[in-house]
Design a binder for this molecule. Sequence first.
Ligand code: ADP
Length: 160
Amino acid sequence: MKERIAVFPGSFDPFTIGHCSIIKRAIPVFDKIIIAIGLNDDKRSFFSKEKRTEWIKAIFRDYDMIEVDTFNSLTIEYAKKTGAKFLLRGLRTSADFEFERQIGQVNKSLYPEIESIYLLTLPEHTYISSTIVREIIKYKGDVSRFVPDIIASEIHHSYL
Ligand code: ADP
């Protein structure tokens, strides 16, 4: 049987408990999930690609079926290169839906063989975003409710 490989693309700047929840809920659905950090040259990131990679790897170090990678191309081209047949995304709001609908339909017309799969966020994670976390850090607030413990403790030690 063919391996069901999914790519979960994002900026993960930083990775939040919302992202983590989507991954954990997707584990029973796929054989392998590649968490792919998109490096968009137009968008200056808050955390380095090395830090984002290190954190996500640490969070999933006990999960053999989860890989972490970076990419610098069209998401769908990257997914095709990995052999993935699925793109995994999370949906929080109707704004997310409208954004994802357009990208999903473009991706489908470019590569019909790759299916986009969407998981609705848990209600308690709907308001969590990397943008909000970065904003809280700028004003030296407490982010421990929004990011996994390992990220929260490093932010508290090194960024506040
Ligand atoms: P992007 O810049 O591609 O939106 P993000 O890192 O913000 O990258 O998000 C990556 C994926 O995770 C997207 O599908 C996004 O909708 C989803 N996501 C972001 N925040 C949450 C959350 N709080 N709950 C569930 N899914 C989320």
